[in-house]
Write a protein that binds this ligand. Structure first.
Ligand code: PMP
Length: 352
């Protein structure tokens, strides 16, 4: 085996199986999905779906869904690739653009799967701590000379939005491909898709898991130059979206957009109300552009455990740069937020 292949194999071998061993709770506010449930026409489509749709293979590359997604984001279908969740787009794209040992640089903190996808594909992950204003440290990221530069906007877990200036500089100066993960873009109303329509080194990654309430269907998509998305599609392979996912995704895009917009607006309203309620209690939540709130809380891991003991789960993070321990809370209907606040008050009393 060549040194490069042996190095890539060692990176792969070092990755543990991702299995956070979650125990069930009454109220799970850890995954930033749409907590209002399924869009109504998507749900009806599931109930009424012809059995014949399931006995045969789905379409190779979800051509119809691509058209509908492209219309939704203001792109064209030749610039769009679908995948089994945006996880699959990220993984396939790393395989498409990286070679054994090449560098994936990512701003930290961010989506926990990025180092894992990089290493599973034999790529070397370099994490660069973000600046105190929660913008990526672009100088340091570019200095790593990455084949793939990963940015997330709004960022998970901070909720910070990438500035347009930083985005444009990243695309101009990066030596390879720039990924902008927009899993939560619907909640911010801000997107890099317009730029992905004009340059040839930007892949924007989106999902129907969050705003659309379809996380269990696993529908993700990428938008970029036609040659870029064809490479991702080749690496992804055929039949990745089930026929159920394709039909329900189409139904939601064609008939449920009012529902989606209304629930995005509610999530934003309740996010702001939750942040205000936390401020009243003396906390300083980070400014969020997504459907969750990230709030510095002393001993967050213990508070997370105490919350779980009370039947509520929020995601704790230990020692995030610049802000310390935090809790990330997904926002849903106000009754859920109230239930969280009640458990949070008790849990912080238990711990601190
Ligand atoms: N990117 C980010 C930033 C995320 O938070 C998530 C889900 N937690 C994903 C991608 C993956 O989402 P999915 O595979 O469901 O599309």
């Amino acid at each position: 085996m060549s040194d490069r292949l042996a190095f890539a194999r060692a990176l792969y071998d070092a990755v543990p199986l991702y299995d956070p061993k979650r125990t069930p709770v009454d109220l799970d506010l850890t995954d930033n999905t749409n907590l209002w449930g399924l869009p109504p026409t998507a749900e009806r489509t599931l109930r009424e779906m012809a059995v014949a749709k399931v006995t045969r293979y789905p379409s190779l590359y979800a051509a119809e869904l691509k058209e509908a997604l492209a219309a939704f984001v203001g792109a064209t279908a030749d610039r769009l690739v679908t995948g089994c969740g945006s996880d699959d787009i990220l993984d396939s794209a790393m395989r498409a653009f990286g070679e054994p040992g090449s560098v994936v640089a990512g701003s930290e903190p961010s989506f926990a799967m990025i180092p894992i996808f990089a290493q599973m594909n034999g790529l070397q992950y370099v994490g660069i701590t973000e600046r105190a204003d929660h913008q990526p440290d672009l100088d340091a990221l570019l200095a790593a000379k990455p084949r793939i530069l990963y940015l997330c906007s709004p960022n998970n877990p901070t909720g910070a939005l990438l500035t347009r200036e930083t985005l444009e500089r990243a695309v101009r100066e990066a030596p390879g491909v720039v990924f902008v993960d927009e899993a939560y873009a619907e909640f911010s109303g801000v997107s890099a898709v317009d730029l992905a329509m004009r340059v040839d080194n930007l892949l924007v990654i989106r999902t129907m898991s969050k705003a659309f309430g379809l996380a269990g269907l696993r529908i993700g998509y990428g938008i970029g130059a036609p040659s870029l998305v064809r490479d991702v599609e080749k690496s992804r392979g055929p039949y990745k979206l089930s026929s159920v996912a394709e039909q329900m995704g189409l139904a939601a895009l064609r008939h449920d957009m009012d529902w989606v917009h209304a629930h995005v607006a509610l999530a934003v309203e309740n996010r702001n109300r939750l942040a205000a309620a936390l401020r009243t209690r003396g906390y300083t939540p980070l400014e969020s552009h997504a459907n969750y709130v990230c709030v510095p809380v002393a001993n967050a891991l213990e508070v997370g455990q105490a919350l779980r003991a009370r039947g509520v789960a929020a995601r704790p993070f230990a020692a995030l740069p610049h802000v310390g321990d935090t809790l990330r809370i997904s926002v849903g209907p106000w009754e859920m937020v109230e239930r969280f606040l009640e458990a949070f008050d008790a849990a912080t009393m238990d711990v601190n």
